[in-house]
Ligand binder design. Structure first.
Ligand code: NAD
Length: 270
């Protein structure tokens, strides 16, 4: 059911690679709720992914941008304001990648060049997005900016290696830039700490199926799906959450508040 929660709002959605992507599902929901937006992804991902198919469904266009490139981001923000016919009300940063994870490096054998790439793509890009939004004066007052995080920012997950530091930094950037943007433009900035979700990025982590099942058993409401996450993002883009800022918001079916569950006790007692 649609409520037109985002009618008249304009935005940019980063990170839709294929129909499993959290950004893909979010784009569809935002479209359903009346928001208009441009889609963006790294030029290489655009060749591999199906983003043009999504753009057609959402009646919009794609503006490629490597989120680590300030030059690309300036073109993206200016192009989006022009294409959408006004300033931006919402931004979704749904971007993550670790070359160390992709190449199967353990935490004691990290390649530092790749480590820096992980940080640049998965965390620093969030700062670059916001600094560009500020410098191009692209944001409307009371806008909302959201990035996606994971609980490995707070707790150790051995196979998440350098992405754990990237997520910790991402959440920290949300607090620092959130304070700044609030004063400048009343813009709010939050991260959503999402349950394990079956996407290209998610499934790339060694042992994903095991910690997906574990999280599901540890979450009284079960794991939050990508569709649930899309709904949550819509609520954060809507006018119903205007005073929520500088938060890392757990969207995980209760996982982060659980010590142990009966389901898990039963499983481990067998
Ligand atoms: N899947 C999970 O289990 C899970 C859980 C919590 C948080 N997250 C986070 O959700 C976000 C979205 O991931 P997803 O699970 O939808 O997977 P996904 O693989 O569909 O999306 C990741 C996106 O990042 C994009 N990207 C990579 N490098 C880029 C660059 N240099 N510039 C621009 N874009 C770039 C990719 O092209 C892709 O579209 C990520 O931040 C991820 O860490 C995922």
């Amino acid at each position: 059911m649609a409520y037109n929660l985002l009618k008249g709002k304009r935005g940019i959605i980063f990170g839709a690679l294929d129909e499993n992507s959290i950004a893909w599902k979010t784009a569809l929901k935002v479209h359903e709720e009346g928001g208009s937006f441009t889609l963006s992804n790294a030029p290489i991902a655009m060749r591999l992914g199906k983003i043009n198919e999504l753009a057609a469904r959402c009646n919009t266009s794609v503006i490629p941008a490597d989120a680590t490139s300030e030059e690309d981001l300036i073109k993206l923000f200016n192009g989006s304001v022009e294409m959408l016919g006004g300033k931006i009300d919402f931004v979704l940063h749904s971007i993550g990648q670790s070359p160390n994870i992709r190449k199967g490096r353990s935490y004691g054998d990290l390649n530092y060049e790749w480590y820096l790439k992980t940080i640049d793509i998965s965390a620093l890009s969030f700062h670059k997005v916001m600094q560009t939004a500020e410098k191009t004066d692209a944001m409307n007052e009371w806008g909302s900016i959201v990035a996606l995080s994971y609980i490995a920012a707070q707790r150790n997950y051995p196979d998440y290696t350098d992405m754990a530091q990237a997520k910790a930094m991402l959440e920290s950037i949300a607090r620092s830039y959130g304070a700044r943007f609030a004063k400048l433009k009343k813009v709010r900035v939050n991260t959503i700490s999402q349950s394990p979700t079956r996407t290209t990025a998610g499934a790339g982590i060694t042992g994903f199926d095991v910690f997906y099942d574990f999280a599901n058993m540890m979450s009284p409401l079960g794991n939050a799906t990508a569709d649930d996450c899309a709904n949550y993002v819509v609520s954060l883009f809507s006018d119903f959450t205007r005073l929520v800022t500088m938060q890392n918001l757990f969207h995980d079916g209760g996982f982060s508040g659980s010590g142990i569950t009966e389901e898990l006790v039963e499983r481990l007692s067998k």
